[in-house]
Design a protein around this ligand. Sequence first.
Ligand SMILES: NC(=O)c1ccc[n+]([C@@H]2O[C@H](COP(=O)([O-])OP(=O)(O)OC[C@H]3O[C@@H](n4cnc5c(N)ncnc54)[C@H](OP(=O)(O)O)[C@@H]3O)[C@@H](O)[C@H]2O)c1
Length: 280
Amino acid sequence: MPTSLKDTTTLHNGVKMPWLGLGVYKVQEGEEVIQAVKAAIKNGYIGIDTAALYQNEAGVGQAIREAGVPREELFITTKVWNNDQGYDSTLKAFETSLGKLQLDYLDLYLIHWPGPDKNKYRETWKALEKLYKDGRVHAIGVSNFQVHHLEDLIAHTEIKPMVNQVELHPSFNQAALREFCKKEGIQIEAWAPLKQGQLFNDPSLIEIGQKYNKSVAQVILRWDLQNEVVTIPKSIKEQRIVANADIFDFELSAEDMERINSLNKDERVGPDPDTFTRDF
Ligand SMILES: NC(=O)c1ccc[n+]([C@@H]2O[C@H](COP(=O)([O-])OP(=O)(O)OC[C@H]3O[C@@H](n4cnc5c(N)ncnc54)[C@H](OP(=O)(O)O)[C@@H]3O)[C@@H](O)[C@H]2O)c1
């Protein structure tokens, strides 16, 4: 079990990825993202999750340079957006992202959504394989891939994704996908771990929190860790960034883990990957 923000899971290619990182979706480019990322790194975070879509890669890069922590101690993820899918366009999108971040390598590059066209994400994946083989990125993965997308990708390409980043929280706990990924050695990463703020009034989570003297957010993030799920809560407030990482000093009992597991309603806050066709 991880005992600090520096603790990592080892991906199937041997690369080490932090269990807890900062997400920066909907964090404004410029001062807002710079301050959030610097606050996170100052308080011990090593993982940052951005995407071309978020339009804040330049600020993330600036914060990394100003944070005063050696680049190699950090784990930086970004993602290729849907309208850049395809072999050549993905290679180009990668250079654009890296240029904005002003980094010379990435730790993890993800396909943001599978989209409706299997051939397209397979071509996109081939570009990620090239970037990986060329040493431009230390690990490659996907996001929002369902079991059938993963089966297809594994059957038609060379390298198995190291990570699948998906919507995952107590209302949508992805039990079947987690089991599949565990069997395949693919690390699951939770986006919207806090259901974008929609779980804070849940009576069961409040009650469990009271028992351990922890907030609902801390209970959920701890549940992620105990389920071997990498998690990337977003906040722009330093106090919350710090609190969200204060989850290494308690352990949820098997009974409480089960109680949180049983809150599943298969209820998403984001789109269904099988029908999401924006910008393809
Ligand atoms: N791959 C994908 O398709 C995808 C999709 C969505 C998100 N993501 C990634 O996953 C990350 C996390 O998901 P998310 O940003 O959608 O949602 P989230 O992390 O579940 O929730 C963020 C919301 O919770 C609030 N919050 C955070 N910590 C809190 C705390 N301790 N107490 C009370 N409120 C708190 C934040 O507000 P404040 O900022 O005001 O604190 C914000 O409104 C994203 O930032 C992004 O990096 C990926």
